[in-house]
Design a protein around this ligand. Structure first.
Ligand SMILES: [Zn+2]
Length: 100
């Protein structure tokens, strides 16, 4: 019984989070079939830290290696802190590009 209560609570929490994220992006995140960046079929999906692209694991790994990854992650965290759940990201400069 106690476990059930905790589960219910977390489900409600997630729903609230999705609602405040912006329904459009959330829908796209779940229905998108291919990677926004390389076009690979999405078996595992992640949201880009640089923009709102839905990415495959290979492209996420590429972002992690990017010299501006820390900057993108920090900007996203800062946006969440000030309550901006629709932050579009600092923009993906390309694998060999730099964020200005
Ligand atoms: Zn990809």
């Amino acid at each position: 019984m106690a476990n059930q209560k905790i589960q219910l609570k977390s489900v409600n929490g997630n729903k609230l989070q999705y609602a405040s994220w912006g329904c459009g992006e959330m829908d796209r995140f779940f229905t998108q079939k291919t990677c926004d960046r390389c076009g690979a079929e999405l078996k595992v999906r992640r949201m880009s830290r640089f923009n709102t692209d839905v990415l495959c694991p290979a492209c996420i790994e590429e972002e992690r290696m990017h010299p501006d990854y820390e900057k993108a992650a920090a900007a996203e965290l800062e946006a969440v802190r000030r309550g901006d759940m629709n932050f579009p990201g600092i923009g993906w400069p390309g694998k060999n590009g730099r964020v200005r």
